[in-house]
Design a protein around this ligand. Sequence first.
Ligand SMILES: Nc1ncnc2c1ncn2[C@@H]1O[C@H](COP(=O)(O)OP(=O)(O)OP(=O)(O)O)[C@@H](O)[C@H]1O
Ligand SMILES: [Mg+2]
Length: 412
Amino acid sequence: MDGNIFEKILGQDCLFVDRRAFDHAFEPTRLPHRGHEVESLVRNLVDALNGHIPSNMLLYGVPGSGKTVVTRFVLGQLLDKGEEMGQSVETYEINCRNVDTKYRVVQTIASKLGRRGDTPIPFTGWPTDRVLEELISRMDRAGGVHIIVLDEIDNLVSRAGDGLLYNLTSLNTSLRNSRCCIIGISNDLNFTQQLDPRVTSRLSQEDLVFHPYGAPEIQDILSERVNTGLREDVIEEGVLELCSALAAQEHGDARRALDLLRISVQKAEQRSQKTVDRRHVRLAQSQLEYDQVTPVLKTLPLHQKLLVLAIKLNEDNGMRNISTGETYRTYSDACMKISVEALTPRRISSLLNELDTLGIIMARNVSKGRGGRSKQVNSAIPKGVDAISIMGESEPLIAEAALGRYNLQSQL
Ligand SMILES: Nc1ncnc2c1ncn2[C@@H]1O[C@H](COP(=O)(O)OP(=O)(O)OP(=O)(O)O)[C@@H](O)[C@H]1O
Ligand SMILES: [Mg+2]
């Protein structure tokens, strides 16, 4: 082989100027269409600079609506201003998906306040009350205002209950030389229903809802990133519109739009093309759909896989709105072919609900007259994804069941 194998690729024109602009962790300096949310946070948190205690806040909004990025931006500016004014402000951002126990949350915050000579707080092992006491004494030692952001707070509550929130929202009664404020972030609007009403009233002194972005708003967000991250004139007409429209359909998720755009550019690059057009967006969309649904299909338990198989077999035979009865018949047939005992119809009905929650199928209830109800199902797997093969690769029994002959109803 002539020369170094990296040479050819290295020499290729790159459409990106700065790929990092499309990273999930990128922190943009401008946040279009979030002026109101930024201002609400600023109005509250400015108290930290005036030596008062800001209210605790709860931020809500669908995934990708900018909750994390807006909060980080505001806290960054707050820290800068605090430093400039000589006001002691400390901020802590905890992602409760990763740090999901009371002990770990308190330990993480207290460790950030550690100084040389302090006894290190172990990751586990101390009684939680002792870690809490250590936190209080370290906060007081540092003085000033401490702002604790609990991102994806619903994860913490569903795993560990609301005990920690009770403790954290009462910290101000124990602190002598410092003050503390809690900002909770959630994409589950109903999460406060899991909380003790006393915790809710302390935590949600101010609520801030991030509405889902519409397509034109997403387009503005994308335009900003194009300016920072891509070479000039690589995006053809209609590309940003299409990315935004597709992401707006997905509950207005800016993350999805940025991913679509990034993958579209990569698709163009892989084909050594100098501009990105709508075909690249379509390719990117199928890849994203494929990447999203494949791991779910692969990891489904056997009986759910068999159910998906039953639905797909019926759909491949031209059926739509397949009744639960029909699904069950094909499913039991499949079970028989691989000598597995079929589950009861009642159990299957609840498995269908689970598949619906996972977004693999769409199930809807229809009334059957005389108060009777039944379910109709359709698969929600994108067209380009060969669900049966994917499931068959990860579970040989499915491959075996798929080979059998079925006596299927066809569409009337
Ligand atoms: N107004 C905006 N301007 C620029 N970028 C934005 C804006 N809103 C969101 N983004 C970008 O979209 C992506 C998703 O935003 P973010 O992570 O803040 O969403 P989120 O509401 O926290 O979602 P989740 O509930 O899933 O955590 C990030 O890459 C972020 O930079
Ligand atoms: Mg977030």
